[in-house]
Design a protein around this ligand. Structure first.
Ligand code: SF4
Ligand code: SF4
Length: 153
């Protein structure tokens, strides 16, 4: 079953990327799939509706559960961040306060790979933030603020 859920998540991601104007070739490259498989997916072949329904339910989980479950299913950071960011329901603005001590716990925690340390201070790329709040919760100095700014896809 996990394999089928992954297929459903890839299907939803492919549909959304096509809706955003990407070509089937570009989608295939991003999801590391054959172009023909993407085409089959988009035409409803090689995929059960049950897989799509389960995947749709997962995308409606809270951001943390959506992210951690997708990562557990895929065991692949790059594909996880693409699927989660493409299908996430919200957009987030992340901010690091001056109280950051550069411990790096947030960067180690972020499954979206949105955080780097620069000159012993955390920098968050909001474009890749899915609002899971795991960095905020792990920060020993309470230096991270995550704000939901608008609805996404
Ligand atoms: S966990 Fe907090 S203190 Fe540590 S690097 Fe991240 S923002 Fe800075
Ligand atoms: S809330 Fe923090 S841990 Fe979660 S995706 Fe955004 S930057 Fe990464």
């Amino acid at each position: 079953m996990p394999k089928h859920i992954v297929s459903g998540l890839k299907y939803l991601t492919a549909v959304e990327l096509i809706r955003k104007g990407l070509s089937q070739k570009e989608v295939a490259k991003i999801l590391e799939m054959d172009r023909s498989t993407v085409s089959h997916y988009l035409n409803g072949r090689n995929l059960s509706w049950n897989s799509i329904e389960v995947a749709e339910i997962i995308t409606k989980f809270c951001p943390k559960d959506f992210l951690t479950l997708t990562y557990a299913l895929l065991n692949n950071s790059e594909k996880t961040r693409i699927i989660v960011k493409t299908c996430s329901k919200g957009n987030y603005q992340a901010k690091v306060e001056e109280t950051c001590i550069g411990c790096g716990l947030c960067a180690d925690t972020c499954l979206m790979n949105a955080i780097v340390l620069d000159d012993l201070k955390a920098q968050i790329d909001s474009n890749w933030c899915c609002g899971c709040l795991m960095c905020r919760d792990v920060c020993p100095t309470n230096s991270i603020k995550i704000l939901e700014v608008e609805d996404g896809c």
